[in-house]
Design a protein around this ligand. Structure first.
Ligand SMILES: [Zn+2]
Length: 254
């Protein structure tokens, strides 16, 4: 889903303070699926799934297929993805990217470790993308941290693992954009990241925000409802949205 929101973000970070003071419309990427439920479901008919591309701002798009919506920044520096859905969709995702840029994917930033956000990591890592995520994303993708709840029963391939990890925040200066990425502790999981595209004034919230359904908190992966609320993913966002809130795209990805 894609909203324009009047809202605020977690209070301890630089973008949050900036956003709170600016009180300008935001565009939020939000997930349309509950990861665990999706992964427990029957194998999807991958051939029938189409990738839909929605422009958010100049050089910024949202890709909708199955699973968490993908953020795509394009420009002279190369394509930058926020999440990459499932491995069987990689070719379709790459085709959708190629429709808006001729540059290769240079970065993949995972908002958390669930398979509908990291499933394309191996393919894109092998193709040369640098994979970045919170420290706990890499830790959760190791065999010792496997949780049956989200259906991952074996070790993530080496090429799927993030090669750059961060603890609190990291900023990318890319495609004339500033992608301020900050961790929100113990929310949907213990490795969630929210990405603020400063110039576009858009925010990718990963699974810390579900529209139209009750939030999913993966307690086995370190999630906590208090963290979800603190991340501004449910009541806070809805509370601070206003009559200006509108649905830019309103299509389920399955
Ligand atoms: Zn998730």
């Amino acid at each position: 889903m894609l909203f324009k929101l009047i809202g605020r973000l977690p209070s301890v970070t630089e973008p949050a303070r900036a956003l709170a003071s600016r009180a300008v419309p935001l565009v939020a990427f939000v997930s349309t699926l509950v990861c665990a439920a999706d992964l427990r479901a029957q194998e999807p008919d991958w051939d029938s799934i189409e990738i839909r591309t929605i422009q958010v701002a100049e050089g910024l798009y949202m890709l909708m297929g199955r699973g968490g919506n993908i953020g795509l920044s394009v420009g002279e520096d190369g394509a930058f993805l926020v999440d990459d859905q499932y491995a069987p969709l990689t070719d379709k995702i790459l085709a959708a990217i190629a429709a808006v840029t001729s540059e290769p994917v240079k970065f993949v930033l995972n908002t958390h470790w669930h398979g509908d956000h990291t499933g394309g990591n191996e393919n894109l890592g092998q193709a040369g993308a640098m994979i970045v995520a919170h420290d706990n994303v890499r830790r959760r993708m190791n065999p010792e941290q496997v949780r049956d709840l989200v259906g991952r029963s074996d070790q993530a391939p080496a090429d799927a693992l993030p090669v750059v990890t961060f603890s609190d925040e990291i900023t990318f200066h890319w495609n004339d954009e500033r992608l301020h990425t900050f961790h929100v502790a113990h929310a949907h999981t213990d490795g969630d990241a929210i990405i603020w595209f400063a110039n576009a004034n858009a925010v990718h919230m990963g699974d810390t925000f579900f529209r139209g359904r009750y939030p999913f908190v993966d307690v086995e992966s370190g999630g906590a409802i208090q963290g979800v609320i603190a991340a501004g993913c449910t009541s806070d966002v809805l509370l601070f949205s206003s009559p200006l809130t509108e649905t830019v795209a309103n299509t389920l990805s399955r």
